[in-house]
Design a binder for this molecule. Structure first.
Ligand code: ADP
Ligand code: MG
Length: 320
């Protein structure tokens, strides 16, 4: 039994007054034990709905899901004992302290009073909240709250951990702290399924990634596999005006345009640049700058969905 998670043709339809919403249309994937599996997709792609179904918190419309070979519908209580969940919208009581929350959570999982006390200390230490342990959670920064969420999901030592957008809205520094925590957990043998809208996060953390868009899996693989699926290098040409970019796009085959930039994927990018520039000059189109790069997950995302993942922009802005 090497699979930690197996999702097969998962589907979720919400019935609303405005009609049916197909939040998840067809999602399948397998997660190996001990890996970090990333579910990458924009807002509204169906990430949270998928996580809620896998964690028994939401009824599955059709399809099946197994955690450690246990069916999440038929064996829901066994499944709940094996998994840890840190949801996107947590219902943490802000008026309590981290120490109180860890202790209560440990008691809820059936630990004795003294074991709960020990576990509380251990967990506070693990997520770096020992000093802030007796402060009310409402005084915590975003990063501290996320570390608390993560810690609370680990109190009962789950084998499989689900993290729904663990770093959304955090500054780059706090994000990195959480990334390190998450990697450490994987190194200790915990299987982790995390959702994210950040390409950089998926690239940095995930052993394998499933890209989902509008409730469907549009690509899957290791970050390297996904990048090589682009086949070649990405040449980016920047022009002084939108007009020049539009003209250039009609001349360069298979190019994508975005504002003043054209992107085209070719074999041996650097070697192709002189020819491309000559071609454009011969048509009186001025190029402001040009570069050839190995494809990024951004390029993969654009290729499989036809658009760029938002949110990444915020990440870039934040890291300035
Ligand atoms: N309880 C619900 N009722 C109706 N529609 C919902 C509900 N939850 C989510 N949706 C819709 O389902 C789609 C997927 O949502 P969600 O799984 O939250 O996406 P993500 O987590 O990727 O942002 C969205 O269009 C969302 O508006
Ligand atoms: Mg979500």
């Amino acid at each position: 039994m090497l699979l930690a998670v197996e999702a097969k043709n998962l589907k979720k339809t919400f019935k609303t007054k405005q009609g049916n919403v197909e939040a998840v249309r067809d999602v399948s994937f397998k997660v190996n034990k001990g890996e970090i599996f990333g579910i990458l997709g924009p807002n509204g792609a169906g990430k949270s709905t998928t996580i809620l179904m896998l964690t028994t918190l939401l009824r599955i419309t059709s399809g099946t899901a197994k955690i450690n070979d246990l069916d999440v519908v038929k064996n829901d209580s066994e499944v709940r004992n094996k998994i840890g969940i840190a949801l996107q919208d947590t219902g943490i009581d802000n008026l309590l302290t981290a120490r109180e929350l860890f202790y209560t959570t440990a008691r809820l999982w059936g630990l004795s009073k003294s074991k709960s006390k020990d576990r509380t200390k251990e967990m506070l230490n693990l997520v770096g909240l020992t000093e802030a342990a007796d402060r009310r959670v409402k005084t915590y920064s975003g990063g501290m709250k996320r570390r608390l969420d993560l810690g609370l999901s680990l109190v009962h030592k789950p084998e499989v951990l689900f993290l729904d957008e663990p770093t959304t809205g955090l500054d780059p520094g706090s994000r990195r702290v959480l990334w390190d925590e998450i990697k450490k957990l994987r190194d200790e043998g915990v299987t982790i399924i995390l959702t994210t809208q950040y390409l950089e996060e998926a690239d940095e953390l995930a052993n394998r990634i499933s890209i989902i868009d509008e409730g469907l899996v549009v690509a899957e693989g290791t970050p390297d596999e996904l990048k090589s699926s682009i086949g070649g290098d990405v040449i980016t040409l920047t022009f002084r005006s939108d007009d020049d970019a539009i003209k250039a796009q009609t001349i360069i085959e298979n190019s994508d345009i975005e504002d003043k930039q054209i992107r085209v994927t070719v074999e041996n990018g650097a070697e192709k640049i002189p020819n491309l520039l000559n071609l454009l000059v011969s048509k009186d189109i001025n190029v402001q700058s040009v570069s050839a790069n190995k494809p990024s997950l951004d390029d993969v995302f654009l290729k499989v969905t036809g658009y760029r993942l938002e949110g990444e922009k915020t990440l870039i802005e934040e890291s300035k």
